[in-house]
Structures are given as C-alpha cells and as structure tokens.
Design a protein around this ligand. Structure first.
Ligand SMILES: Nc1nc2c(ncn2[C@@H]2O[C@H](COP(=O)(O)OP(=O)(O)OP(=O)(O)O)[C@@H](O)[C@H]2O)c(=O)[nH]1
Ligand SMILES: [Mg+2]
Length: 425
C-alpha cells in the first residue's frame, strides 16, 4: 500500500549524534511514486572523521563541515563559536535544502560540544529562515554513565531551552538511558554502536509512522484526525510524548473492561522514546487506533470510543483537544491486531528524569572534589610551606600563571544575549 505523508520533513542535524539521527530519518524509504525518499537532511559537524562516517543513502541529504575538522572536544563554547562563524553559509544552505519542506526537525545529541553548543544558534537560523512555527527539536538525553561533562553540557542547554520553551516548537526527547536499558535487556551481547544504530532507526521509523498513520488509512468513525490536526500538534510548544503499541484484538475484550484500560494507561505512560511525563499538563492529544476491516466492525463500537475517551480524560483532563480516531485497513487482514498511536503535546520536561541527571551530576562533582582533596593530602601532607628567604621570588601576575575563570561567565552571557536577541527570553 502506498502510504501518504502528513508533512514533508527536513532534518537539520548537528554534531555526531544529531547528524546520525538526522541522516537516518532522511533515509526513510517509501513506495510513494517519484518520491522514494520524501525527506531530506542538512548534516553539520565540526569533526571531519565523524562526518565522513555518515553515509546517507538519500542523495538529497547534504553534509557540511564547520571549523577545521578537529571537532569541539565536548566544549559547548567551541561548538557554539564554530557554528556562529559559519552561520551565514548555514542559513543559505538551510534555505536551499529545505525549500520544499513543511517542517524542520533540529536534531542534536545533548552532551557533546558541537551539537549541544550550536543548538541555540541553530534555532536562530531557523527563525531567520522563515521556519518560525514550522520547526521542532529532537534532542537525546545522555546515559547516566557518560560522565559529568556530558551530563553538565546537556543540563546547561536544557536549562536555556526550558526558559524559552513556551515560544518554541515541540521537543521530542530521545532518552538514551531508557532505550539503552531496554535494548541491553533484549540483546545483552550487543555493543554501544549497535545500540546507537538501532536507536537511530527506531527514532526515524517512529517519527515516520506518526507522520503517515493519520494520512494513510480509512477513517471509520465520525472523527477523522487529519494532517492539519497533526500540524496543530506540531505547533504546540512543549514536550511531545509519543506511545505506539500493538495488541491482539481479542485482548481488547469489553467484558475485561478495567484491566484493559489499565494496561492501555500503562503503555501510554511507558511511551516509546522517553517517559516520566506528567500527562495532566498536555495541551493537546490525539489517539489513533488502527485495525483490519473485520476486526474494526467488531471493535469500534460506541462503547469502545467511550472507554478511550474516559481514559484520555483521566490522563489529561485539561487538554484543549483530544480526538479519538479509528481507522481500518485491508493491509492488516488476518493479523487480528489493533495498533494504538497516542500523541501528547505541550508537556513540561520529565521532572524525575531531569532531577536524576542533576543528582548524578552533583554526585560526580562531589566525588571529584573528594578525590582531589585526598590526593592533595597524600602528596603534600608533610610539605614545609614556609618560604626559604634567599630564594623568595615575587610573583605578581597570578592570573598569567593560574588563569582565571571569568571567561566562562562571559561565554555563558553570550547565549543569553542570543536568546534575548531572538526574543526568546
Ligand atoms: N541516540 C543516539 N544518541 C547519540 C548518538 N551519538 C551520540 N549520541 C548522544 O549524543 C551525545 C553527544 O555526543 P555527540 O553527538 O557525539 O557530540 P558532538 O555534538 O559531536 O560534540 P563533540 O564531539 O564534543 O564536538 C552523546 O553523549 C550521546 O548520548 C547516536 O547515534 N544515537
Ligand atoms: Mg563530535
């Protein structure tokens, strides 16, 4: 069957994680006539070797190196500077590459120097290139074991982004900790690079699924969740939470009412790419249920719709819009399964997950401090620090010897200036 798209997506990937995910998203292949690769990507990195490793199948995707090819070495200030230096060139390429695109996803792996450092400047580029109201972000959260710098970088930018979030598009979080745990339980003998490949494919397919399900199938109920409504979800600022799961149609048994609703609720909370959201904060949501023609006749009763409505009302009582749409397709004949797609828009950051990162960051920082102090004690415990009169030298330029940390502050203010300039604060 030929699937239809709701929207033409473009992907602006930054850094290694960002370019890997963006390239994978743009490599989605469809059987749409004359449009096998409906999406496209602009892939920006400061590390030549990493950029070479990305090999898009989709020939419309374009790679771009910023800086001298050595990378930003986990330094977000360098990442930001390298992007800023080339921003005019980047803007030109964005406008050319995404000319036919309805909606751009800005993609970055939070934690590194390049993607994380450049992400706010890249928001500026999209706003200046006419994508205001037509872009969202796909951001990965690091795994707990990636170390303090990575967690600190991620938290720094998340904090900035959260201040401006109400004025930006939707944010899709890809929680590497969650997906990695799931993957390592299912495939205990695989490597991190296998995980990354799997997760990137998973993100690409999940997003494409979301983009096609509403446009491709025959609606059965009086309510049809169409592309323009999908667009509305993508215009809602805040976090976008997404759940997708398939159930045997026989398990959706009206006599088993309570346990079924409970299970659906759990699956919705579990989500696909991240979890831990307070769904009560949702501004908009949509649930689409898809099954084969004969199951549809039996399953999509008045009672079924009512039960789904009760469920979403319980989860997100104050959402402004909450359509339940049912679809049938001959393609699914014989599977006797029902697939559920639930999207919640306008959420806050997953609080538990972010506090976990803050706690881990602080724990590591304290630990470092302790290690440092122990070292000092051991080495210099018996060191006689009283000056030797004849060798005493005057040292005036303390800063020249030990540096100063005022630079850090200045650089931080840069980001704030940019946000202010963009009217995001
Ligand atoms: N899901 C997923 N996450 C990734 C992938 N690659 C990196 N990440 C995550 O993204 C974070 C940032 O790493 P990179 O994208 O390599 O960093 P960068 O932006 O290239 O920055 P520098 O290398 O420091 O210049 C990592 O800490 C990982 O958590 C990927 O292919 N898939
Ligand atoms: Mg890199």
């Amino acid at each position: 069957m030929e699937k239809k798209l709701s929207l033409n997506f473009g992907f602006l990937g930054l850094g290694m994680g960002g370019t890997s995910i963006a390239a994978e998203c743009a490599d989605i292949k469809t059987n749409i006539k004359n449009n096998n690769y409906p999406y496209t990507a602009l892939l920006i990195n400061s590390n030549q070797i990493d950029l070479n490793k990305i090999e898009p199948v989709n020939t419309t995707s374009e790679k771009m190196l910023i800086g001298d090819g050595k990378g930003a070495g986990r330094d977000i200030n360098i990442g930001e500077q390298l992007y800023t230096k080339d921003q005019e060139d980047i803007k030109q390429r964005v406008e050319t590459r995404f000319k036919e695109v309805d909606f751009v996803w800005l993609v970055a792996g939070l934690g590194g120097g390049t993607g994380t450092g450049a992400v706010i400047q890249a928001i500026g580029t999209l706003l200046k290139s006419g994508f205001s109201g037509r872009f969202g972000m796909i951001l990965t959260l690091p795994r707990r074991k990636e170390g303090r710098t990575v967690i600190e970088n991620a938290l720094q930018r998340l904090q900035k982004i959260s201040q401006a979030m109400g004025k930006l598009g939707p944010i899709l979080l890809v929680d590497n900790e969650k997906l990695f745990k799931q993957f390592s339980e299912e495939k205990p003998n695989s490597s991190v690079s296998e995980y990354l490949k799997f997760s990137n494919r998973y993100v690409a397919e999940a997003l494409h699924d979301l983009n096609t399900v509403t446009a491709s199938y025959l609606p059965t109920g009086e309510y049809h969740f169409d592309s323009s409504e999908f667009e509305k979800l993508l215009k809602t600022p805040g976090l976008l939470h997404f759940a997708r799961f398939t159930e045997k149609a026989s398990a959706i048994d009206s006599s088993n009412n309570l346990s079924y609703a409970q299970k659906l609720k759990e699956l919705i909370q579990k989500g696909v790419l991240s979890d831990g959201y307070n769904l009560e904060e949702a501004k908009r949501l949509a649930v689409s249920v898809l099954t084969d023609n004969s199951t549809a006749k039996r399953m999509f009763t008045f009672e079924f719709t009512k039960r789904m409505e009760d469920l979403v009302n319980e989860l997100s009582p104050t959402a402004l819009e909450k359509p339940i749409a049912t679809y049938q397709s001959n393609d699914l004949k014989g599977t006797a399964e029902a697939s559920f797609y639930a999207v919640f828009a306008g959420l806050g950051l997953p609080q538990g997950r972010i506090s976990e990162m803050v706690t881990e960051h602080n724990r590591l920082k304290e630990l470092e401090q302790k290690v440092l102090e122990t070292k000092k004690e051991d080495l210099f415990a018996s060191f006689d620090t009283s000056p030797t009169p004849e060798k005493e030298e005057e040292i005036n330029d303390f800063e020249a010897l030990f540096g100063s940390d005022t630079n850090e502050k200045e650089k931080e203010d840069d980001v704030e200036d940019t946000l202010k300039h963009l009217n995001l604060l």
